[in-house]
Design a protein around this ligand. Sequence first.
Ligand code: NAP
Length: 291
Amino acid sequence: MNPVGGKTAVCGLIGNPVEHTMSPVIHNFLAEKTGTDLVYVPFHVETGRLQDAVTGALGLNLLGLNVTVPYKTDVMECLSSIDPSAEAIGAVNTLVRTEEGFRGYNTDMPGLYRAMCADGVRVAGERVLILGAGGVARAVALMLLEKGAEQVILLNRSRDKALELAERINVKAGRPFAEALGLEEYGRIDASRKYLCIQATSVGMYPKTEEAPITDPDFYRLLSTGYDLIFNPMETRFMRLCREAGAEAFNGYRMLLYQGVLAFSLWTGIEISEELAAETYAEMCRAMEAK
Ligand code: NAP
């Protein structure tokens, strides 16, 4: 790590919990490799202290912050301005210091797209299933619309939430682009086609690694590719079920990389090459194995 001095810029992560975060590995590695005088620190923010945390970060002259669960929506109230794309998603994961206060961005959505491109997963013209209708599913659905997917089917435990999200996306699309089903209603999906499936629920995340949102092998036979946004563990049960049914499977580790790379660029103005992104990814894998 670069030596810390009086001119060292500070960035960090606010969330609850933050103890298992990989973001310091990404940003401190990028700072070292690009010769940027910057350190990145996680900050645990207690319930009810979000506004204090953002005001304190401004007062302490922090250059920027990442925001994680459960504050990605609530933090929007604490900002001086919001990037239109983050506004449309309804969630902010990156704050950048400006003269007026912090400006909010969402790097999850472009981060996922860049990760999918790097993994060779095509979106344009595809029929896509999204499992989940939470914060990240909303960003995924908008990305799929922007990048030219043919159709989206949202499957969520609470069907009402899937319906609400599908309606919002359809208004934006100006056509019936998204439809909603309950998580158990996959039998209604046209089985004569193959689908890309993006797993955007929190089911299967460490420590409940033996869980998957759907366990029926028939569901997995609908898929050509499964893309799990979970990155811990690196191989989820969802991914194993995809492979057992003959589909390709990817995890969310590259999305984590690219949402971080994009945030680093917003803070520093430095474009990160694909070579340096790959080096950072290898560093993240080493750090994960050492855990
Ligand atoms: P969220 O807003 O809390 O949404 C959680 C989603 O999971 C909801 O759709 C919820 O369904 C569903 N769910 C939770 N428990 C369930 C259960 N037992 N059975 C079935 N469905 C269940 O969370 P989020 O922010 O969207 O994050 C979702 C996942 O994406 C997390 O695992 C997170 O780690 C991952 N993520 C990854 C990255 C990355 O960089 N790779 C970035 C952001 C997020 P209901 O609506 O019915 O409650």
